[in-house]
Design a protein around this ligand. Structure first.
Ligand code: GLN
Length: 395
């Protein structure tokens, strides 16, 4: 018998276990095809792995410098000038973190004061809210509403979310889970509000390279007068199929970087040294690998999207990311179910496929109830198997 009081701190009790761990556990239990947690079921590029192994064998096995190994920070600065269209100083404006998830935490803890308001779009990646709770900040929500061809915020709802207490706005483009890529006009609108209210833009761009034909990713940091107030967060996990390496980064002007590093040094201090060498190699010489990956995801995106559409899900193909957020009403009505949670519990047991219930990504779960999120960052044969199982179960 435990003799102590329940010990989880109050700040975490609203969040429970992350939906990603929960659904992957359910998938494993039922031997379901796991289209829930977003991770590739294939390996990352050989050149990256070879560079990490070489670094291990060369004895690069002690603590890395707190902000990251210089060769990686230089590679990130070069990537930022090519991909993000900004010029950054690798010594004072880049911090290497344990995945983008730590970059989000270090940014919140390092820059946000208790009571500050931070605007986030919902549906949101679940760690945003937990990190705001750790920082004792107040989340202010702006909904991405379903539209004719995707999801979009309402400009007047966005404008009225800003107040005298707003410290930052957290944007995520391409967006998880809806696949929305913010247009240049939307970024300009957000930037104008940031400047007007003297607010920091925190831009999670982890899916920056997973953008499908007809769409273009731009960083808000590249807009006039924005780099000085923007933190760009990204990682190697999605662009190079190495989610388990957990190598991410935060790019910010030196005054903001100082705050981010204040938190990073006490959260993790530094990130595994040899993996940083591996990522430096990929950022520098990995463009061909990204091209191949994008061709593959363009294929699995249409394969899964068309099959879901045919089965009666409401599908708008994502503009970016590796997720499809589909409406399920027609299916759930037929099955005598209601919410996304009902469906995501039903699917692994009855169809042998796992997906994510998006209500976990809204402060009011009702808003997420009509949707289900499927990940297509899988081998073609995995997607084929998932489709065959869904057809069998839903016919
Ligand atoms: N970003 C991934 C997703 O949305 C998973 C992240 C995680 O497992 N914490 O599926």
């Amino acid at each position: 018998m435990p003799t102590h009081q329940p010990t989880t701190a109050h700040r975490f009790t609203p969040f429970g276990t992350t939906i990603f761990s929960e659904m992957t556990a359910l998938a494993n239990k039922h031997k379901a095809v796991n289209l829930s947690q977003g991770f590739p079921d294939f390996d990352g590029p050989t050149i990256g792995k070879a560079a990490a192994i070489k670094a291990i064998n060369a004895g690069n096995n002690q603590y890395a410098p707190m902000p990251g190994v210089p060769i990686l920070r230089e590679a990130i600065a070069d990537w930022a000038s090519r991909i993000t269209s900004i010029t950054v100083n690798p010594d004072t404006e880049i911090t290497v973190t344990s995945g983008c998830t730590e970059a989000i935490a270090a940014t919140m803890l390092g820059l946000i004061n208790p009571g500050d308001e931070v605007i986030i779009f919902e549906p949101y990646y679940d760690s945003y809210r937990a990190c705001l709770a750790m920082a004792d900040a107040k989340a202010v929500f702006v909904t991405l509403h379903p539209t004719q061809d995707g999801f979009a915020y309402n400009p007047s709802e966005l404008a009225s979310a800003f107040s005298d207490n707003t410290k930052a706005i957290l944007i995520n483009t391409p967006h998880n889970p809806t696949g929305t890529v913010l247009t240049h006009a939307q970024l300009r609108e957000i930037a104008a509000l940031c400047i007007k209210h003297d607010v920091i833009a925190i831009s999670d761009e982890v899916y920056e390279r997973l953008v499908y034909p007809g769409n273009t990713h731009s960083s808000i940091a590249s807009l006039p007068n924005m780099q000085e107030r923007t933190v760009v967060l990204s990682s190697s996990g999605k662009s190079f199929s190495l989610t388990g390496w957990k190598v991410g980064w935060a790019i910010a002007p030196s005054d903001l970087t100082a705050g981010i590093r204040s938190a990073h040094q006490f959260l993790t201090f530094s990130v595994p040294t040899p993996l940083q060498f591996g990522v430096a190699e990929l950022l520098t010489n990995g463009e061909e690998e990204i091209d191949k990956l994008l061709t593959h995801y363009t294929h699995t995106r249409s394969l899964l999207g068309e099959a879901l559409d045919e089965l009666g899900f409401g599908v708008k193909l994502p503009q970016g990311s590796y997720f499809i957020m589909a409406e399920h009403q027609q299916i759930t009505e037929r099955l005598g179910l209601k919410t996304d949670i009902d469906l995501c519990r039903w699917l692994p047991t009855n169809a042998g496929v796992a997906a994510i219930p998006p209500s976990a990504f809204y402060h009011d779960p009702v808003q997420g109830a009509p949707f289900v999120r499927f990940a297509f960052c899988k081998q073609t044969k995995t997607i084929d198997e998932a489709i065959a199982r869904l057809r069998q179960a839903l016919k």
